[in-house]
Design a binder for this molecule. Structure first.
Ligand code: PMV
Length: 311
């Protein structure tokens, strides 16, 4: 029998990095980009469970493929332990359209899709709270000390207001809005940028805490703007968030170039999204300005520009 499951990508609208230190953050799914798992159950018993093929977009790197294999083992072991079942005699193929190491949650999406496959193969319900716990365990392989935001937004596939240690709150939107996602084309390790922010924090906790608190306050204001449909104010808060992320030293010349190209072309706001230092940035634009902002991002060196509507 052949079974297929999938999981979406995500972007962080505001609050990355500060979320690791207990500040709130907002993340939204990008349902058009997906990791897809195909699982073949075989009649042969006693054969081992294997992740046969990993096909990740933009990944030639052996360490990324190794991390996926390791994450898969963690998922299978965690599910076996929690549910008291042994998985066997299955062949699994993972294919993903989500660029790796670029702030779009490729690791959490792959893990979620793989965990769903395993549950599906045993006729277990794909219970979201269980998936969230399992994908979090796998995220440790990719991120070291994840806040839990990636697994939450990807497992529930809904816009979320997230604060570490608190129940996830769905986000209320008064109207849909469109974001452009500009790819710097440069891969960057979230594990490294998170570790560098930690070093910065340890070197000057008082100053860095002020930056983290300021990001948290922006997120709370952004939540109010989103629920009232105030896109101009949301855009300004996004740009302010980018400036604070620059001060946390997680931007890069490529990200800054794309962010300010988008704003110059009329975007309401723009910022890096995710771990930073490369990967993707996002720009909020009114529908009449989208084509212009997209062209400006491409002129400023974006490797590609995607579009997603948050509703
Ligand atoms: O996976 P990324 O690159 O989108 O980044 C995750 C967001 C961070 O706040 C930087 C880390 C975390 O675990 O929350």
């Amino acid at each position: 029998m052949i079974l297929q499951t999938s999981a979406s990508a995500k972007i962080i609208l505001l609050g990355e990095h500060a979320v690791v230190y207990g500040q709130p953050a907002i993340a939204v799914p990008v349902s058009s980009l997906r990791a897809v798992t195909t699982l073949k159950t075989s009649a042969k018993s006693n054969s081992e469970l294997r992740l046969l093929l990993v096909d990740l977009l933009n990944s030639a790197a052996a360490d990324e493929l190794k991390a996926s294999q390791e994450a898969f083992s963690v998922i299978a072991q965690t599910l076996s332990r929690k549910l008291g079942i042994t998985f066997s005699a299955n062949e699994i193929v993972l294919h993903s359209d989500i660029p790796v190491a670029s702030g779009l949650g490729s690791g959490a999406a792959a893990s979620n899709s793989l965990a769903k496959s395993l549950l599906f193969s045993q006729d277990y319900p794909m219970e979201e709270n269980l998936l969230n716990e399992v994908v979090y365990e796998a995220e440790r392989i990719h991120h070291g000390t994840p806040s839990g935001i990636d697994n939450s937004v990807i497992v529930y596939e809904k816009p979320v207001y997230f604060r570490r240690g608190n129940p996830i709150e769905p986000l209320t939107l008064s109207s849909p809005f469109t974001l452009l996602i500009g790819d710097t084309g440069r891969k960057a390790s979230t594990r490294e940028s998170v570790a560098d922010v930690r070093k910065l924090y340890d070197s000057d906790p008082a100053v860095v805490q002020v930056l983290l608190d300021s990001i948290g306050k922006l997120v709370v204001r952004a939540c109010a703007s989103i629920s009232r449909g105030l896109l101009e104010s949301l855009g300004l808060l996004m740009t302010e968030n980018h400036r604070l992320l620059q001060r946390l030293m997680v931007s890069s010349p490529e990200l800054d170039r794309l962010v300010f190209a988008a704003i110059d072309a009329g975007a309401l706001g723009a910022k890096l999204s995710g771990g930073g230092r490369g990967g993707n940035m996002i720009a909020l634009a009114k529908s009449e300005d989208i084509a212009h902002v997209r062209a400006s991002l491409l002129r400023a060196g974006a490797a590609r520009v995607m579009q997603t509507t948050i509703s």
